[in-house]
Design a protein around this ligand. Sequence first.
Ligand code: AMP
Ligand code: MG
Length: 414
Amino acid sequence: MTDSPLLPVKDVKNRILAAFYLLPKETIALMEGNGRVLAEDVAAGFDLPPFDNSGMDGFALHPADRPESLASSVELAVVADIPAGIHPAVTLKPGQAARIMTGAPLPEGADCVVPVEDTDFPYRETKVLPESVRVNKFPPEKSNIRPRGQDAAAGEVLLQAGQVLLPASAALLASLGHAKVSVRRQPKIAILSTGDELIPPGTALTPGKIYESNSTLLGGLTERAGAVPQLLGIASDSPAAIQDKLEQAITAKSDLILTSAGVSVGAFDFVRQVIEDNGKLELWRVNMRPGKPLAFGHYKSTPVIGLPGNPVSAFAGFMVFVAPVIRKMLGLKENRMLQKARLEHPIHSDGRESYLRAEVRRDILGLTAHLNTHQGSANLLSIVRSNALLIVPSGVKSLPTGAEVEVWLLSEPE
Ligand code: AMP
Ligand code: MG
């Protein structure tokens, strides 16, 4: 299998995606729903706002008192005080006004609210309800009223299944009285790092060892993609140690196991063997740079994506194959931000589909792209200092300055 052909990225992606399905729904507290994916459409159960209410602190007025010229002042008897939160018992008659606060229900008979600033009521000095009020600027009909249903009408579909719940959409549900929300269960992703050289950050570094960073990388990416990482830690380069960790993923009911390293052709690369011995290896080796030694299979019946060990390769493998899998399980569409950019300098590739770490900037003609870091697949800084992946199609070995290239934006260019 060492000489197995390099499989096209697109085929690998489709074959991996085909092994995953939409996860079931679950109902959770609305307060826990931030960032979760709605599993059902939500329609307004009633009009929003539910009743005509005042948009100002002022006085509710009767249309019969509206003067010919709105500039003429009118003296009215104040017959009621309507704070927010009560149901007004009063019906205004001609010659009458009611003091009303923002958000309070409009009394029967009123057709507008005059802001307190447009009356003679000394609101800065006193809060005591006056017996009468002089209206200096009588507003037109409907002024300063927020009519029932202005924001949404009962029955209107306001949120759709597959939409990510954000603070404002969650607040909209709250304003409709929902304390719970139906969302997709989050995928549980077990993350295992393999390698005798790895030690966890926070412990002393000894000769020949390196700090393990893929758990941090893949855990963070998993979380940002909307899934739950289950960190399995480090397995040494032995089939038994790897298998022991994979069993933990089975116990934890993971939807997907992500391993990193140990999947290449090294003498101590045992991940593929463990998958082959305990399940099925579906595919191995992708025509991609970085990220060639990527494997996909099942450990027992749990899907495993064996990512390469080099951090940049693991990153590329996650972005290209794992993120879409998570989105599929959540019922989200793909969201790659692909743009065209002009190359600022020539680049060379080896003919594999390449995902180069690039800095994309905006100038008056559009986007430009350049590689500003060492492209070695072990160099995490190349990701940190970039805002895009520059995609060189398979078969292309060089591109000149000025060539139009496809860039996958990871964050907005400046
Ligand atoms: P391998 O696929 O096992 O040959 O690993 C490829 C390279 O990635 C080696 O230089 C490893 O030391 C490095 N590597 C593997 N796993 C990790 C990890 N979890 N964190 C940082 N580097 C790693
Ligand atoms: Mg290794």
